[in-house]
Design a protein. Structure first.
Length: 115
């Protein structure tokens, strides 16, 4: 099994999470903790960068579903960027592009929060 890592940066009112490795049922709690931490900091604009994520399972997808309502109730959003074709295909098959705004590049996603 490959490891999983979440790094967090805060850019003004936006929390940026960079995911790396393998996101599955065993590592999903790490992502849950990271998202909970930024919400506890009252950061409701969350950008998730997937550029270094090699795999995501349904458990990983479920983490986003578990937080999106709370984030949007606080006038925020979870936006996503830099997905590899393999990871995007999983999101696309499950209809996530209808629920979340997904951008090619992190800078595009950051800019979308101000528009």
């Amino acid at each position: 099994m490959t490891g999983f890592e979440v790094t967090r940066n805060v850019d003004g009112h936006i929390a940026i999470l960079h995911l790396k490795g393998f996101l599955d049922a065993h590592t999903a709690p790490d992502l849950e903790r990271a998202i909970r931490e930024v919400i506890d900091m009252k950061k409701y604009r969350i950008l998730v960068n997937f550029s270094d994520l090699s795999y995501i399972s349904s458990a990983g997808l479920g983490v986003f579903m578990g937080f999106v309502e709370e984030v949007r109730e606080n006038n925020g959003d979870i936006r996503m960027s830099d997905m590899t074709p393999k990871v995007f295909k999983i999101f696309d098959l499950l209809g996530f592009p209808k629920l979340y705004r997904i951008f090619q590049k992190e800078q595009e996603a950051l800019s979308s929060f101000s528009s």
